[in-house]
Design a protein around this ligand. Structure first.
Ligand code: GLC
Length: 750
């Protein structure tokens, strides 16, 4: 008996200890919650913007700091710096329960060291490097007192008129899901609570990228099947990667604003996905449900948002001004408040802020991250791998037969550098970046990057030629003059950093201003011309694309932009980027994306007029396809070999190609795998990305690349929203772009 007793008590002690270890944070949360008044609980659900910077329409509130002392604020955004966050945390420590503040910030692509915009990083298809980019951003932001970044933005977007395409990973669900996970891991590092890790935030939940007409904040209406098939998987990937928070979105979805959408926040996120973090609204989106016509006033908006699972109210003041009355009126149950507050408190415990509210507000650590050379090196690596080579035609006599105009020789005697981006500094940063006092010396312009790459034997001529976005052509003459004196001309054009981003949807996404006229004028000199395009979105530049021999898409590449551009221009890095979005021929062709359905009248080419909703005045095809990107070398693909022509659901299929580097440069290729389900209980896309491998091949080298396919790769949401696979006929494609593939077929048998 005695022995058993000992065992029983030991087990109890063990299990209690285990439970107390496992539940220690939950217990602590409960112990704090028990002490809180209703007003203190509601204070935790309230987030204000500091008066120092704004990323939305500010409500001037001079009582803001008092409200922190009164326990009415749970979090601040746009409030950074070890010193400032310490000062505000001091105010929170004057509250009755000393519950620490959370500091949130839009650290979207870098903090002190600015990285390429996320859409550019997506063009690298390099998950390790994308994770590293987020890791660097987190390290620098955490050193500046930031606990929480409102990133990654994981909205799938098929409409380049929408300004926020620059923040995401483009049009593909599979690529977008991998990138979502990589960025969450990068931001959250070895675990929250470390002082180099920040809480990540999957946004904007959900389907914000499907706004009608690509017009920001506009409505979204789609089947739940499309929502689950295309737009939710990157959020699920972020949740599976352990993302700490979600942010809901401005748009209404199928008639219900996302901020008040129970299906999204309770059924899917907190229900089906069992998400344990908390949901913050977007800026003012609780109160904006009045504008939507979904709530008649802030009282009702607060009720709808809280009951739908939106835990924290960013900047609308609906919660702080109405939740107490809503609870007293029985419109919002106390359990709803408690659940939201527990989620928020839990993250504050996880971050270690109850133990030390000032652990992130350390001026020494902030200084140490102010000029981190290692971070700049990583940024330059990311930047050059984000560059996409769109065209590289030979040009006699410079390149000779078959050899592209690029890379340029470092021995070139005279190079003309022309265009409004050659000496640009902050216009290399893109939207959602920060201006620092030393930017002019810290950001490398194209001019400076090329200058530091070449010896003094190369003469650099410069002419701005024109502005980014006006009709002034008086600079053309000088540009043409300078071009005539050069052996080669490099022109850099594009969009200013504030032409793509939030509230920056554009109906005309051609190269702005008179930039393409400048290119025409310089081309008329007959000199060999390379054009580089800075942009936050796919742009339209058909004349340039058809007439200029060499074109690089240089996005907005961040702090080391000029060095990365020079690395690629002069062949120190062989460009390997692949487009994460289709580039339309005209705005009228939008939306255009590769993974469309076949329709009942699929067109096989541009002459099929009675087919697939083709325009009679336009080609069927985009200017550049999803997954497209050239190299200074050539990669030759063999036919696909399949391990079997049919397989059972319990088996696997292996698809193999050999890839040969047949050109004159070592280089990296992204070998892409697409699958088409030929017949299904719902129609299926003509192809879907299901895998890719980045492979480095020395010139002349051959490598065998294999992909393993299982039923997991064949699953889709049927009309009952079940994620299933169906036996049947499939096609499999492997190649260097969605429109340049080898093809094979296989059968999945019952
Ligand atoms: C903005 C954006 C959101 C951002 C938030 C805070 O309106 O929609 O992405 O995180 O407000 O700046």
């Amino acid at each position: 008996m005695k022995r058993n007793l000992i065992i029983v008590s030991a087990c109890c002690i063990f299990s209690f200890t285990a439970i107390s270890q496992k539940k220690s944070i939950d217990q602590k949360v409960d112990s704090v919650l028990k002490l809180m008044t209703l007003d203190e609980k509601i204070g935790q659900m309230n987030q204000y913007n500091g008066p120092w910077a704004a990323t939305g329409p500010l409500t001037n509130d001079d009582k803001l700091l008092d409200q922190i002392k009164e326990g009415k604020v749970g979090s601040m955004l746009n409030t950074t710096g070890a010193k400032r966050t310490r000062e505000l945390q001091d105010l929170a420590m004057q509250t009755r329960l000393k519950i620490p503040l959370l500091f949130g910030q839009d650290v979207i692509h870098g903090y002190r060291t600015i990285f390429p915009i996320p859409l550019a990083e997506a063009a690298s298809w390099d998950m390790k490097l994308i994770e590293q980019s987020a890791r660097v951003a987190a390290t620098e932001a955490a050193a500046a007192g930031v606990h929480w970044t409102f990133a990654p933005m994981v909205d799938i977007a098929r409409d380049p008129r929408w300004g926020r395409v620059m923040e995401g990973a483009g049009e593909d669900t599979y690529l977008g899901s991998l990138i979502a996970a990589a960025r969450v891991k990068g931001f959250q590092g070895k675990g929250l609570g470390n002082t180099d890790a920040v809480m990540a935030c999957a946004k904007h939940f959900a389907a914000y990228g499907a706004a009608v007409g690509g017009r920001d904040y506009n409505s979204v209406d789609m089947s739940l099947r499309q929502l689950n098939e295309v737009y939710l998987p990157p959020f699920k990937a972020a949740a599976d990667a352990g993302v700490a928070t979600f942010m809901n979105s401005f748009n209404d979805l199928n008639g219900i604003p996302a901020t008040g959408n129970k299906y999204l926040q309770r059924d899917i996120l907190k229900g089906k996905w069992k998400f344990k973090g908390f949901v913050v609204s977007d800026w003012g989106s609780v109160g904006e449900m009045i504008n939507h016509g979904y709530a008649k006033d802030n009282y009702e908006a607060a009720m709808l948002a809280a009951n739908a699972g939106s835990d924290m109210d960013m900047e609308s003041r609906s919660y702080i001004q109405n939740l107490s009355k809503l609870v007293k009126d029985g419109k919002v149950k106390l359990t709803v408040i408690d659940e939201a507050v527990k989620r928020i408190l839990r993250m504050k415990f996880v971050m270690g802020l109850f133990d030390d509210p000032y652990k992130f507000s350390n001026e020494e650590r902030e200084k140490s991250q102010w000029n981190n050379a290692e971070h700049r090196k990583i940024e330059r690596e990311m930047a050059k791998k984000s560059i996409v080579l769109l065209k590289n035609n030979p040009l006699p006599p410079v390149g000779g037969a078959g050899v592209g105009l690029l890379p340029l020789s470092k021995q070139t005697k005279t190079i003309a550098l022309i265009g409004p981006f050659i000496k640009a500094v902050s216009d290399n940063l893109g939207f959602w970046s920060y201006d620092w006092p030393d930017d002019s010396s810290r950001i490398t312009s194209t001019y400076d990057g090329i200058k530091s790459k070449l010896s003094a034997d190369t003469k650099l001529l410069y002419a701005k030629g024109c502005n980014i976005n006006d009709s002034v052509t008086t600079g053309f003459a000088e540009a043409v003059e300078v071009a005539k004196q050069a052996d080669i001309v490099v022109i850099q054009v594009g969009e200013a950093r504030d032409m793509t981003g939030e509230a920056k949807s554009r109906s005309n996404i051609h190269l702005p201003g008179v930039q393409e006229d400048l290119i025409k004028g310089v081309m008329a000199t007959g000199k060999p011309v390379v054009v580089m395009i800075n942009a936050g979105r796919p742009l339209i530049f058909n004349w340039t694309a058809d007439n200029v021999p060499a074109i690089l898409y240089t996005w907005w590449l961040g702090t080391e932009a000029g060095n990365a551009v020079a690395d690629v221009l002069f062949g120190d890095y062989n460009p390997s980027g692949k487009l994460p979005m289709s580039f339309p021929l005209t705005e009228g062709q939008i939306p255009i994306y590769y993974n469309h359905y076949n329709t009942g009248r699929p067109a096989q080419n541009d002459n099929d007029r009675f087919y697939r909703s083709a325009y009679i005045d336009l080609s069927l095809y985009p200017k550049y396809a999803f997954g497209y990107g050239l190299s200074y070398t050539n990669f030759e693909y063999s036919d696909i070999k399949l391990s079997k022509s049919s397989f059972k659901p319990t088996e696997k299929l292996t698809a193999t190609v050999t890839v040969k580097n047949t050109g004159n440069y070592d280089g990296e290729e992204t070998v892409q795998l697409y699958i088409q389900d030929l017949f299904g209980s719902v129609v299926r896309p003509v192809k879907e990305l299901k895998g890719f491998q980045k492979v480095f091949l020395k010139k002349g080298e051959v490598k065998e690349i294999s992909f393993t396919i299982t039923t997991e790769d064949l699953k889709f949401f049927n009309d009952k929203l079940e994620k299933i696979y169906e036996p049947g006929e499939f096609k499999l494609f492997i190649g260097g772009a969605s429109n340049n593939v080898k093809e094979a077929s296989f059968t999945l048998i019952k």
